[in-house]
Design a protein. Structure first.
Length: 162
């Protein structure tokens, strides 16, 4: 009886760790969110592209959130925490191209949540300290970010956009 309880406990631990690792790994990849704010009175396009890269570093996930466009240059490195189907980003440091927004270490930037909607997995965004540029996109709990690369070897280095 004691032996079977030990075996069951070991199996329980194994599956618990497997589920945790799978939940973290499911977030690894590159996500994008493009904001189109129309045009200024002078005809200048108001467009901002947000790129979020999630990478596994050792046992943890790390993130690079990069926003570039109309009057915007954000370059943020974040620590990542997962809780079930949610992924939370916490400010760690700024990159060399960061010129907009003051953040303190540990600031909760945003939360992403994977949710099944009409039979399809969607990613909902809950804004915290990090906000979109276009006011029409400020509503939390909506689909903004979409996965563009499902890649376990996503690099956190910034890509040059032409």
């Amino acid at each position: 009886m004691k032996k079977s309880a030990q075996i069951l406990f070991t199996l329980f631990l194994f599956f618990s760790v497997s589920i945790l690792v799978t939940a973290q790994t499911n977030w690894v990849g590159e996500y994008s969110f493009d904001e189109d704010g129309g045009e200024t009175v002078g005809g200048t396009k108001i467009f901002v592209a947000h790129t979020l890269k999630i990478k596994k570093t050792g046992k943890n996930l790390t993130a690079h959130l990069y926003s570039q466009g109309y009057q915007t240059s954000k370059d943020i490195y974040a620590d990542v925490k997962t809780d079930g189907n949610k992924l939370m980003l916490f400010y760690r440091d700024k990159g060399k191209d960061h010129y907009l927004g003051d953040y303190k270490k540990g600031d909760h930037l945003l939360t992403l949540e994977k949710k099944l909607i009409d039979g399809k997995t969607q990613i909902l965004t809950y804004w915290e300290k990090f906000k979109p540029i276009v006011p029409a996109n400020e509503k939390s709990g909506e689909v903004y970010f979409k996965m563009v690369k499902d890649n376990k070897t996503v690099s956190l280095k910034k890509e040059v956009r032409l």
